[in-house]
Design a protein. Sequence first.
Length: 370
Amino acid sequence: MSKVYCNHINKGMFVSHQGVSLCCVNHDKYKGIKPSEFWEGNVRKDALSNMSDEHEVKGCDGCYKTESKKMPSSRTFANGYDALPVKKFPTMLDIDLSNFCNLKCVMCGSTRSSEWAKDIGLPVSSVSQDIIDDLANVSEDLQHLTIQGGEPTIMKEYEYYFSLLSQKGLIKNIDLQIITNATNVNKRFYDLLTEFKSVRLSISIDAYGLANDYIRWPSKFTQIEKNLVQISDLPNNVQIELLNSLNILSMFNYRDFLKWCKKIEDIFESKGKIFRIVPMKVQSPKKYSPFLAPLKLKEKFINDVKMFMKDENLTHNSNWKTEMMIILKQIHTTSVDNESMTSLKETIQELDHKRNKKITNYIPDFHKYI
């Protein structure tokens, strides 16, 4: 297998409010250029030439570094789309049209959340209508689309782009993946989802109850649960999964979280639907990494997961168990980072001051373990 070939460079591109680039993890973003110009431009041509000659591609060192540690990278993921053809225009696109968001998740920042941007005096960052019009014009061969945010369900930019795809008769050919926080059920947005060939709706929830409210501030877990039940009634072309970004603040009541996942899985199953759970782990900012947690908290977390596995079964989530066992092994074999824990405590104090709240009202055992 090639050490540099990437499907995303060969078959797609990343279009963002920060600029256009080869993919979302490539750190060279080009502002003031239309998607069609980038697709035909020298940056992509040079990248294709480098790949052909087995030379590393500029800006892709993040993937190469990850792979050098024997870990899967974004390139690894993209290369799973071998079945997508190479055509005149992109057959896969990753787009991030705005940072407009209604939440200030603790591990997020200004490029992904307008609420965080507001804190440092920055306005909402969005692409122009001209860029979206141009994007629609290069979407005629599109088969796989991933959209990010911000929070896509509250962005007018995505509704506009989807409407253009619908008008051009392209939407029915596209498999869509969308990442959402499920705090909002926008009828117009969800109606447009039903027109896609298929939809993978990835919902970000990181903990149970009040702990999730603290992490994904100022969300309301009770409302998210109601929205999930409503979303479960979407047509069968929409498959729903939960993206669980495990971070150190998720670890305190994880057994309760897993029991809640089982409850939601049962609701979906009663409607003939499958509800999958995808465990992930936060590694940046470093202070939120579960791998660096104090030993006592790690032991509690590992025990909670094993007790759940002993007593319960997530019917449609065999991959979850395999992936979680890998994470447990990583947590068990990594050491606490005292410097990161000091930084975490300082950050929590700052957040509590700004919010005029105490973390112990959301995560009662925080000071017992941290």
